[in-house]
Design a protein around this ligand. Structure first.
Ligand code: HEM
Length: 231
């Protein structure tokens, strides 16, 4: 199989198309593998953290449930509901910040000799961004009390969600930074929102609480690991 390269020519526009010979079956297979490999475990583990945070603080759980019941009710949630559910979005952002599931991201090779502060980074050196640390750095430069789990830090004075951008909050980098930033960011957030809201709707008659004897510690502050499940 070979794909047509429609860049700049309009896919389906006929004779001007060239064959994208680099998109071989093998490469396409690897790309699909990459998406599945990089997307499933990260989203799944983040969802486990969401569950642990909402079950460890019933006030947080109540706020989430009230907002969902107010703004969505019993119908299926849609992506547009993200603009109405400010606390849910703040809760997801705070979870991504507080317990990042890829704290040292992915190693990259320096392509030229460079310098960071006083450190020389020679070409070809492997470099990781310790984003888990940056998102909980307590120098007070970017975060106030970064070791507290506080969804409200992403809400303004009208309790509206302030989507963190590289300008408004440069230290919020759960999906990495730069050219190789996670390509699944939007999908991951959409997914977390839909699954979380639907889950809370379908359990509205219950309080979700955990006991600490099934490999899960009910207090998220008792672990600093990547996953809430103690292996
Ligand atoms: C909560 C969920 C997720 C988190 C926290 C996350 C985080 C990350 C991080 C930190 C990186 C490394 C960025 C860098 O090197 O600077 C990355 C890369 C990547 N992610 Fe995600 N990710 C998530 C979900 C997804 C999903 C759903 C997909 C795909 C459907 C995906 C696909 C990828 C791919 C393909 C890369 C490699 C990009 C590259 O090297 O060019 N991720 N992700």
């Amino acid at each position: 199989m070979a794909l047509r390269d429609g860049v700049g020519q309009g896919v389906g526009s006929g004779s001007k198309q060239s064959l994208a010979n680099y998109l071989t079956d093998d490469k396409l297979g690897l790309i699909v593998f990459d998406l599945i490999f990089a997307g499933i475990d990260t989203s799944y583990t983040t969802f486990l953290w969401l569950l642990l945070f909402l079950s460890s603080d019933l006030m947080v759980q109540k706020k989430l449930r009230n907002e969902i019941s107010d703004k969505i009710g019993d119908r299926l949630p849609t992506l547009d509901d993200r603009h109405r559910c400010h606390y849910v979005m703040a809760f997801i952002s705070e979870t991504l910040r507080f317990r990042n599931v890829v704290p040292v991201a992915v190693p990259h090779n320096a392509i030229v000799d460079s310098k960071i502060g006083d450190y020389k980074i020679p070409k070809n050196m492997s470099v990781c961004v310790y984003q888990g640390f940056i998102m909980r750095n307590d120098s007070n430069k970017y975060w106030t009390n970064p070791n507290d789990f506080k969804p409200e830090r992403f809400l303004d004075s009208d309790n509206h969600y302030m989507r963190p951008t590289s300008r408004s909050q440069p230290a919020f980098i759960p999906f990495g930074i730069g050219r190789r930033v996670c390509i699944g960011e939007k999908l991951a957030i959409a997914d977390l929102f839909l699954v979380l809201t639907r889950f809370l709707q379908s359990t509205q008659n219950y309080d979700i609480v955990l006991d600490s004897h099934q490999g899960l510690d009910a207090d998220p502050n008792n672990t600093d690991s990547i996953s809430p499940i103690n292996h």
